[in-house]
Design a protein around this ligand. Sequence first.
Ligand code: AFP
Length: 336
Amino acid sequence: MYTPDEEKIAVPVGTTLDRFIKQHQQAFPHASGELSQLLRDIALAAKVVNREINRAGLVDIIGGFGSANVQGENQQKLDVIADIRFIRALKNGGEVAAIVSEEKENIIFTGNDHGKYVVAIDPLDGSSNIDVNVSIGTIFSIYRRITPVGSQPTIEDFLQGGRKQAAAGYILYGSSTILVFATGHGVNAFTYEHSLGEFFLSHKNMQIPLTGNIYSCNEGNYYEFPEYVQKYITNCKSKRYAARYIGSLVGDFHRNLLKGGVYLYPPTKKTPVGKLRLLYECYPLAYLIEQAGGQAFSDIDRDILDIKPTDVHQRSPLYIGSTEMLDDLHHEMRNE
Ligand code: AFP
């Protein structure tokens, strides 16, 4: 129809998220279409939140909301906006029966008792970076409920453990906005094209490099870290590794996923059980990293996905990233 030279004039736009989901639906767990729709609902909320974040400097939505969330942290206005947007999209989508959000103490029942899924979400992570125009993110984890469809979900639907996730992912609102997710068959990333209002497949079947030269942690807490972490950090320095820490988990994780590296949030005196939340920070990223060929653990014997949760807002230490770098950390743990 067209010559190759003519074809070159109009560069193909690539695979949209929607087309990708349709093409891969058979590979999704239980493949009946609801999970696909749920991912579309998340993508829609992500677009709206992305718009709000981009407008944040222009309108009065930067700054504190004047209340504290369930973790006792100051809520930022954008935290509240993102929470509302994601919960509304998931409610309206109809596939989700209940939601756990970082911003809400109790389980949110959507009223869709016929929905087959429940979602744990951190609607806007890294909120201390909002006011200073630094990357922030959304992290989500999806479970197929274990309570009978048609009944009201219970906390047990959320406490199934990381290995039971049906899908997980994140959205990074950075120099570009990118949606990364996995459903058990590899990790794929979709970059948002503003002018078309669509996410396009940009990183297919992502694999984290086996090793790297980046370590990411809040080194200000160094003297509170366990000795094995201190030794590991000293080794990183002696190898002249680069220290890179944004303080936005999604941003730090995404960089390390692409370049190879390790992210550490050890227990500290202030947070002896770790700071990060198991259900909507650690589990989803651990699920992704395993499928991308990396590792995630919480202490010497505990692969993070094997922790049996007891509380929806529970915290955990997190060590996550390139396999060989984590092997070195594990070695320091064993020698302690
Ligand atoms: P905020 O949402 O309160 O900024 O916390 C962000 C976060 O959960 C995660 O995104 C960061 O990696 C980590 O905490 C930063 O914690 P420190 O400020 O203690 O380093």
